[in-house]
Design a protein around this ligand. Sequence first.
Ligand code: NAD
Length: 274
Amino acid sequence: MNRTDIFDLSDKVIVITGGLGQIGRQFTLELLDRGAKVAIFNRHIPDLAELKERFPIDSDSLAFFTVDIANKSSVIAGLNALVSKWGVPHVLINNAGLDTQPSAPPEVSGPFEDFPEDVWREVMEVNMTGTFFCCQIIGGAMAKLGRGSVINVGSIYGMLSPVQDIYAYKELKTGKPFVKPVAYCASKSGLYNFTRYLATYWGRKGVRVNILTPSGVRRDSQDAEFQANYCQRMPIGRMAEEDEFNGSIVFLASDASRYMTGSNLVVDGGWTAW
Ligand SMILES: NC(=O)c1ccc[n+]([C@@H]2O[C@H](COP(=O)([O-])OP(=O)(O)OC[C@H]3O[C@@H](n4cnc5c(N)ncnc54)[C@H](O)[C@@H]3O)[C@@H](O)[C@H]2O)c1
């Protein structure tokens, strides 16, 4: 008996914003492996040598577009260029985001009361407004055709407040308090109801909208204290590897999730289960 592969993504056109970053690169490689055509929308596209290093593959199914998602005309130009190449996309992954790392300078990681307005605005512009523009323009084009899957990328810090104790070691080391900043958390939390809003708005137009919630990914640049504190709080006992959200992206992008919209898929090693 011939069974259809419900995870099939062959020849699907997928836009992924921030596809050059840590998680986005892994999404891209996985989706290409499954026969999708992947269009990376990134604010900066490096030169060919660096691209080859990041994507050591020779594929006509991978294309790069210089797009600043926080700029509406840039998103429109990116979509127009993509449509002339491959047509209107089937899937939009709103993955680009700005975060503040534990290595952030004191002016953006100090007390909430001193958090700079320009940084607040910049993070909101990318994480919230950028996702809004991509949904409006790219999601809107998909809705006109009556099909599509939009996947927003949230964060455990958009669902829950950060556990500030994890970062307290930094004050002992540097003498300056470190507070995981507010802008990232507030901007990510907005995406949850934005997702539900659009899921109901496009519910009968064939466009599904869901959100994926990852927890922290291990990076070589993180210091040992941060990793140890984070892992101690994490039920599964370790941070995520950068490819551990790929299964969820394939699921949300494909027909395997065809009855799912307005949902939050949490892949967090148990962080939100306490
Ligand atoms: N890495 C983690 O630990 C983690 C945990 C939870 C959630 N997330 C979320 O997952 C997503 C990917 O995270 P990551 O760690 O891979 O990020 P990253 O910082 O490695 O990459 C982000 C990418 O987005 C691009 N970008 C930034 N601003 C942009 C703009 N205005 N227009 C277009 N592109 C822009 C950057 O150039 C970069 O390529 C983000 O939304 C992040 O908030 C990450």
